[in-house]
Design a protein around this ligand. Sequence first.
Ligand SMILES: Nc1ncnc2c1ncn2[C@@H]1O[C@H](COP(=O)(O)OP(=O)(O)OP(=O)(O)O)[C@@H](O)[C@H]1O
Length: 257
Amino acid sequence: MTTEPLVRLDGVMVHFGGVKAVDGVTFTLERGSLCGVVGPNGSGKTTLINAMSGISPATGGRIEFLGSDTTRSSPFALARLGLRRTFQSIRLLPELDVLANVALGADSGGGQYDGLLRPRRSRTNERRTREQALAALDRVGLVHLARHRPTDLPYGHQRMIEIARAVVSEPEVLLLDEPVAGMSGEERRQVADLLISLRADGMTQMLVEHDLGLVTRICDHLVALDHGQVIADGDPLTVMNDSSVREAYLGPQHTSA
Ligand SMILES: Nc1ncnc2c1ncn2[C@@H]1O[C@H](COP(=O)(O)OP(=O)(O)OP(=O)(O)O)[C@@H](O)[C@H]1O
C-alpha cells in the first residue's frame, strides 16, 4: 500500500522583487518522517518555512497539505489543518508564565469570547488546555517550571518551551527553524531525543538546521538548498557526500578529495 505524502512542494518560488529567495523548490514530506533541510546562510531555508506556514506566501508554484492546495492559505487556516512551526528567534510572552505560554499553542476549540458566551464549556476547554499544556511541558522535561516566567529561565529552556508550545496541539506536521541554535551539546541531545520520540508517535517534521551532525544522525531524508534551489535530495549520508553540497558549504577547492 502506498501512502500519499503529507506535504507536497511543486516548483515553489518566493521572489522578493529581483531576489529569488526560493526558486523552484520541489520535494515531498512523507507522512511520519523527519526531513532535514540544510544549506548555507541565505540559501532560502527560512523563506521556505515562511511560505509553507503562510507567513510569506509563495509567489509561484504549488504547496499541497493533506491533498489540498494551501499555496495561499493563511497561517490560521494552516494551523487549523494541523500545521505548526517554531521560529529562529524566541517568541515567548514575558508577562505570561511558562504554562500559559505553552497553552497559547493549544487548540481549545473555543474563541476568545467563548468564556462570555458559554461559561461552562469554556471551563471544560480551559481544563483540557491546561492538561494538554502540562503534558507538553512534561514531554520536554520542564513541567516543574510551569509557574516560572520564561524570561527568568536559561536560553535552552526557553527554546524547549517554544517547542512544547508548537507540539501541545499534537499537530500533523511540525516545521522547526533552527531549534538547537545557541544550545549546549546536552541540550541538543535532548532536542534530538524529543524529535525522535515525536516521530515515533507519527508526527511528520521538517527540520531546518545548521548542525549537520545532528540532522545526519536523526533525519530519514535530507534536502539541501543553495541559492533558493534544491541541489540534493535523498538519504542523509548521500546528500552530505554530494559534491554540490560540499561545494556549497566549503567552496570548490574542498570538493575534489
Ligand atoms: N523579506 C525579504 N526581502 C528581501 N529579501 C529577503 C527577504 N527575506 C529573505 N530575503 C533574502 O532571501 C535570501 C534567503 O534568505 P533566508 O533567510 O530564507 O535564508 P536562510 O537559508 O534561512 O539563511 P540562514 O541560514 O542565515 O537563516 C537571502 O538572500 C535573504 O537576504
